[in-house]
Write a new protein. Structure first.
Length: 178
């Protein structure tokens, strides 16, 4: 499945062949990506990325999550997708990351917006949340721009590879907020 974001950007559903691009991007940008993404420190070899991709692609129906590569002119530049989807309560969380040279171009904001449309209109979900480290202003500006509401702070909600916990801001958007 592919979701067109604009004339340059598309979201392509994750497939096994994406593991190489994902690993190479992580491996080349460890310091940059590792600042806010705990999984970077545990991604030591391409086999780690292959296991992740396999767990997404081959998930059982009840564990399945939509995860997409973000592509600019069909070149891999990041990942975006749902996590911890609760089908009974019709809610999910969106997570994302983008390679450094593609930052500050509105790519993730537009991608999150399209993914929200997909969640609300196609999957008939009612609630989407995004969690961002309190200090990660680039990330927290995305839900703010898209009309998500700040619900509060999850104290020490994530263990970062620097060896400390960070507080997480929790933003949400309801289908009725569209």
């Amino acid at each position: 499945m592919t979701i067109e974001v604009d004339s340059e950007i598309e979201l392509k559903q994750l497939e096994p062949s994406d593991a190489k691009d994902i690993f190479e991007t992580i491996d080349l940008q460890r310091d940059y990506l590792g600042r806010w993404l705990p999984f970077v420190a545990q991604t030591k070899d391409i086999s780690d990325t292959e296991k992740f991709v396999d767990s997404v692609v081959n998930a059982s129906e009840d564990q399945f999550e939509y995860v997409f590569t973000i592509r600019k002119y069909n070149q891999f530049i990041g990942l975006i997708g749902f996590k911890d989807t609760d089908k009974q309560n019709k809610k999910t969380e969106i997570g994302y990351w983008l390679s450094e040279k593609h930052q500050k171009q509105g790519i993730v904001t537009k991608s999150v917006d399209k993914l929200c449309d997909f969640a609300f209109d196609k999957l008939e979900l009612n609630r989407i949340q995004i969690k961002c480290a309190v200090q990660n202003r680039s990330s927290s500006n995305i839900p703010k721009r898209l009309g998500f509401r700040l619900e509060g702070v999850e104290r020490q909600g994530e263990w970062l590879s620097d060896g400390f916990y960070t507080d997480l801001e929790i933003y949400s958007k309801l289908k009725s907020d569209k």
